[in-house]
Ligand binder design. Structure first.
Ligand SMILES: [Zn+2]
Length: 133
């Protein structure tokens, strides 16, 4: 049909359109590209999820440290590797002293040399300390 388009009534004979193989190849190519794109998106999603889980781990880890350990961390990040039970390395030590929430990109609340993500955390920490002394 591609070579002799006028010779027969192809539509009536129900002969498929010309260049079918090329069209199919193009379609297959498009499908492949879509598949690659989908794969890439899934990979990015997985990586983002991993980062999120890592941040959660760090947050929990930091929150569990004693005030003395947090203070040491804030003073010198390299101490992180010497802390007991810290298999996870802390990449960010600017965290709320109570709940461990990251303070990067935030304006933290302070009292003494402690920093907090919220006035709620600050108040709780201050009350706990007041109860100790
Ligand atoms: Zn907090």
């Amino acid at each position: 049909r591609g070579e002799q388009p006028e010779k027969y009534d192809y539509d009536r004979a129900q002969v498929p359109g010309p260049l079918t193989a090329e069209m199919e190849a193009r379609q297959a190519e498009r499908r492949q590209a879509q598949k690659a794109q989908r794969k890439q998106r899934e990979k990015e999603k997985r990586e983002a999820q991993q980062l999120l889980e890592q941040e959660e781990d760090e947050k929990r880890c930091f929150a569990l440290l004693s005030d003395r350990e947090k203070r040491a961390l804030a003073a010198e990040r390299r101490l992180a590797s010497q802390l007991k039970d810290s298999s996870a390395t802390l990449t960010n030590t600017r965290r709320c002293w109570l709940c461990g929430e990251s303070l990067l990109g935030r304006i933290p609340f302070h009292y003494l040399d402690f920093s907090f993500c919220s006035t709620n955390c600050l108040r709780t920490h201050r009350q706990a300390n007041a109860a100790l002394s």
